[in-house]
Design a protein. Sequence first.
Length: 338
Amino acid sequence: MEQVQVRQPNLVANWRHVMRTCNPPKELDPVSRWLVLTRACVQPMTLTAAAFAGLLAVRAPRFNLGLWLLASIGIVLAHASNNLMNDLFDLEVGSDTRDYPRALYAPQAVLSGLITRRGLIRAALVINLTDLVILAVLALLRGPLVIFFALAGLLISVGYAAPPLRLKQHGLGEPGVFLTWGPLMIGGTYYSATGHLSWLVLLASVPYALLTTSVLMGKHIDKIPWDSKLGIGTLPVQMGEGAARRLTEGMMIAFYVAVVALVAARGLPLLSLLSLLGLFRLGQVLGYFHRPTPKEPPPDYPVWPLWYAAGAFVHTRRAGALLVLGMALGALFPIGAG
């Protein structure tokens, strides 16, 4: 009897597909499903923040590699939980529908059938309980200031989409992301790794916070036609598309200005200037921001109708990676460091 061979999915190819496109592969495996649900494709922004904080902290006298790793896991889990909770709360208030961008550029967790509402709640609870254990360990070993960073991040995370705050409804989502991916993530991870914090470290978090905020600005610019009809008052809705595009361009340019200023102030190592190579990518992205969104997506474009968000994300990924590389080289060859 001829034996039928069952074709096994290429797991690594599946995972790469999810991380590249934010969408599920044709043959969905459990890990790919989880990556899609938590929107892991945007986790590189948090991983870069963790790496940046660690490289800021690595030369500090009380640097603890284990606690840095624990804090890094904590913020990655917090980002995953935030994405799950945003899907839940946006669904509950009725802003996420099948014809809203969230369900168009990638599967909305519940609407797509990837998970039930109850399953989504359970997943978010498990992640938050895991983060609570991590917080307890860090607070025990580093002190109560860790709790402030965690609770402030949780307040912004939950309040971003959930009533009664609904920060994005009032043009406060973008400042919230700036605070979260800057002083809270980078400052909190640095403090967890070293047990101390300075204003210079908080200032050093500003360049990367500008990059991550530019991605959210791009996303909200893309969603203006939908958000304005629904009365969702994101900053781009309130400013208008033209002004929002110019502000986002300014944020991306300000990243480089801030890096140069921090190197001059000896808050970053001299080799951090390697991030200036990102200006080549920025030039391409600014070209997109100076043109209106095309009427139709380019061939094989994975995240339509997002357009400006994709450009800002590509720039953030490139500039952030170059910054981390420069920081790593600066740690190995500490010239020009404060």
